[in-house]
Structures are given as C-alpha cells and as structure tokens.
Design a protein around this ligand. Structure first.
Ligand SMILES: [Cu+2]
Length: 484
C-alpha cells in the first residue's frame, strides 16, 4: 500500500498549471516532493509534553533559535528555526484554570512576540505588538496566563509570521478538563507545508508579489515537521487526532484511508454532539479533534490523505491557481498496524454546555467586516483599508453579539479573531450544518456573507486578521475593542 501511494505522488505540474496569468508563481524553481522523501520509520503513537506540571501550574522554558531541521528530504534546512530545537516546538499541557508560565528567550536575530492562538487570556499576554514590546534578539520575556477553556491550541510568532512559521516556529498546547476521556493514543498533528528549492532542497527564496497575494503554498506536506511519518497503532485502540493547520496559506482537505473520522471537538473545546465526517476541511489556524477507532488490519498501513483545495474556486473566479503539490490526493502520514488486537479504552466524550446561538440569534449587532482584494493593485483589504489604517471596531462586552464577515473577494480567507470565542451561525443566511461549536478561526468563502455570534466575555483590545500569513503581513488585519 505504501509503495502504491508513493507512486501516486508525481509531479503533475505540466498538466496542472495552464494558468498563463500565474506564470511568475509557476516558475518558482521548485518541484513536488515525489523523489525527495524517504518515509520515516514507525514511531510511537502519542506525545510527550514539554511543560513541567506543578500544583495548579505548568511551566516551560522556551527558546527560539536557529536550528537546521530535516523535513524528510535528508537535507537539513540551513535557514530553519525552532523552539527548543524541535519542530514543532514543545507541547504545553495544562488543566483549564491552571496558570501557565512560559519563560521565553529570543535567541534569533529577529524581534518577535508569541501569540497563544485561541486562548481567552488577557490582551497583555496575547503576544501582539500592539499590546507588548517585541522581544528583541538576545532578550527574554515571561508570559503568564490562565487558559479557561479545555481544548487544543497552538502558539507561534505573531510578527513576520509568514517567514518565521515557514522556517519552523510553532508549537501546540493541550488544555484539559476533568471530565475529559483519554484515548489509547492521543496524537497531536501539526499540518504544515514548506516550499523547497528544487536544486538545493533548502527553503525557497522569498515570495514573488503574486505568491504573496495568492498565499505561499509548499511542495512538501508535513505532519509534525516531517513528511511521511508513520505512527504505530494496534487494532482495537481508540485514537484521538488533534489537528491544527500551521500552513502559511494551504487549506487542507483531509481524510483517513479505511477509517471513520468522528469529530469530537473544534477550536475551543469538545462538542456536545460529535459527528462523523468523510473528510474535513482544516483552514490555516483552525483545529479539530477527531476520534478514530483502530479498525484496520494488522500489518497494514493506512494513509492520512490531503486533497487539493483551491483558494480561488472555479465557481467564483477565472483565476487558475498553481499548487506545487499537484492536483492529486497526497499522503501526509500513515497509521501502521502492528500485530494482534487489543481491547481499546472506550472514549468518554465530555458534555460541555454550549449555548446554541443558532436557535437564539443575538439581537445586538456588532460589526460587519468587508474583505476584498485588488488583484491588479496587489492588495488585500478589510473595511476598505490595510493595517494600520483599518478603522477600530468598538463593541460592548458581556453582551451576546452578532457579527458578519462579507467576503467581496474571489478568494477564500481564513478569518481569525483573538481573545473571544464565537459560533458560526450561517453562510448567506443558510444555517451551517453540525452542532454548535466554539471557534476562533473559520473559512470565509468567496463572495459570501458569514454570520457568527459571541458572548464577548473577555474585554480588551483584540486583533483580528486573515490567517493566510502573507495576507496578515500585507495588512489584512485590524483591532476590535471589547469594552468592559
Ligand atoms: Cu486572506
């Protein structure tokens, strides 16, 4: 099965990039991962926390530094960066309500702040440069915060995100609650891609203007910083996949060969009602927790696969996008079954009380954001402007409030709001499928209007932005004040 799947990964660039208007994107001097990647030896299914637990606390010393890492090509990336010498960086594990202390040292030559994506913490600790001075090279800063909500989160630099994440700076956080079940294998998976140069297999040079506008797509797909990993499982086990998309721009449309995926949690915690998904769209910044029963055959490998997703879809745009991964479905990692069978630990789904705003739509209206792009001008905008000129949005806190995002562009944008949690209610007035879920990041499809609601129970000045990192850097970002 492994060999067959690898044989499917071939360079289809000649047939997949007829887009004459994207010539400067197509000519990046990069190739797909076909001949480059050596599948990794099977490794244990699970994780090791990097933080040190204490009574009501979790502590981590976190150092960002130059670090050459291997995405699976056998060639170390000379311009790589890492937290504590691993990609992804160390996993922070804490209980909801615990104090998390991160002693951060910036040992790189780039100033940075660290953002704790999805946590409802204080604005001063949120890691955006509007709220704190960047940590200069050689300097340190202690982040201290109390995550209130169990779930799967991640952290990453918030300035120069397009280059710093591509080079390897990101890590994950598991925040637990008392009623949470334990799967036999609890497996965080950071979905990322990196764009390598054909000849050197080093991180490809900075982007062309067109790539900046389109978002940078990689030519190597990685799970936890390496292509084609393999995780050992045993038939009968329960597996909790915690998925996060740390890519600059790639939307991942994933499925697990031969297995049923049950979505048990979204961005900010578990769902009250799990649901089965044949495949799952995970946009940059977004998280899903997926339960898998290990029903495969002993001795076999099963691929976790990614399908191509076009940011400019055919329905709304004549733009022909070039994807260096080609048009076909590509393997990302494998579940490899050992011999035998075990009696798995039954999954116990937490039962969070999530108010269903869909049945009780707030009457207070907060704001409608308008997203747009000017392909000729090469700009992306929110409310007709680019950072720092996007007008401040001010809303009253602790009031259930309805918001809209109106995407007037021909492109998907993953919209992320810091500091508060939201429920997506409808797209173009049509209620979204699935149970209520707390979200901080979601897809805004082209030429459509999303409505979503929040209790706005975390006052402060909060950033919001497109999570295509090139768009965020280009100014598709603003600030919202949630008043006390
Ligand atoms: Cu965008």
């Amino acid at each position: 099965m492994l060999i067959l799947l690898l044989a499917c990964v071939e360079d289809t660039r000649d047939t997949s990039s007829p887009g004459a208007n994207l010539d400067d994107t197509a000519d990046t001097g990069t190739d797909t991962e076909a001949d480059w990647i050596t599948p990794a030896a099977p490794e244990a299914c699970g994780y090791t926390a990097g933080s040190t637990p204490g009574a009501g606390t979790a502590t981590l010393d976190l150092v960002a530094s130059d670090f050459a890492w291997d995405p699976g090509t056998g060639t170390l990336l000379e311009t790589g960066l890492a937290f504590n010498g691993t990609v992804p960086g160390p996993l922070i594990e804490a209980n909801a309500g615990d104090t998390v202390v991160v002693n951060f040292t910036n040992d790189t030559d780039t100033e940075m702040t660290i953002h704790w994506h999805g946590l409802r913490i204080t604005p001063e600790m949120d890691g955006v440069m509007q709220m704190m001075d960047p940590v200069q090279p050689g300097e340190s800063f202690t982040y201290e915060f109390v995550p209130p909500d169990a779930g799967f989160y991640w952290y990453h630099p918030h300035m120069s995100g397009d280059t710093l994440l591509e080079r390897g700076l990101y890590g994950t956080m598991i925040i637990r609650e008392a009623s949470e079940g334990r799967a036999d294998c609890d497996l965080p998976i950071v979905l990322d891609d990196v764009l390598l140069d054909d000849d050197t297999r080093q991180i490809a040079p900075p982007d062309t203007d067109m790539m900046q506008l389109m978002g940078r797509l990689g030519n190597v797909l990685m799970a936890n910083g390496r292509a084609l990993r393999s995780y050992e499982v045993t038939r009968g086990q329960t597996i909790l996949l915690r998925l996060v998309n740390s890519s600059n721009a790639r939307f991942w449309d994933v499925r697990l060969e031969g297995h049923t995926m049950t979505v048990v949690g979204a961005d900010s915690g578990f769902l009250a009602e799990p649901y089965v998904a044949e495949h799952l769209l995970v946009v940059p910044g977004e998280r899903y927790m997926v339960l898998v029963e290990a029903t495969g055959e002993p001795g076999q490998s099963y691929a976790f696969l990614n399908n191509r997703f076009q940011l400019h879809d055919d329905e709304h745009s004549s733009m022909v996008e070039y994807d260096p991964m080609g048009e076909q479905e590509n393997p990302v990692f494998y579940l490899t079954y050992g011999e035998g069978e075990v009696e798995g630990t039954p999954w116990v789904q937490p039962t969070p009380d999530i108010p269903a705003f869909e049945d009780n739509v707030p009457t207070t209206f907060g704001h409608q954001w308008v997203l747009d792009e000017d392909m000729m001008g090469g700009t992306v905008t929110i409310d007709g402007a680019a950072w720092p000129d996007v007008p401040m949005v001010t809303v009253q806190g602790n009031v259930d409030t309805l918001f809209e995002v109106k995407n007037d562009s021909e492109m998907h944008h993953p919209f992320h709001i810091h500091g508060n949690r939201f429920q997506l209610l409808a797209i173009d007035g049509v209620p979204v499928e699935g149970p209520p879920a707390w979200k901080d990041t979601w897809d805004a499809p082209p030429m459509s209007t999303l409505s979503f609601a929040s209790p706005l129970d975390n006052p402060g000045e909060w950033m919001y932005h497109c999570h295509i990192l090139e768009h965020a850097e280009d100014g598709m970002a603003g600030l919202m004040t949630v008043e006390e």
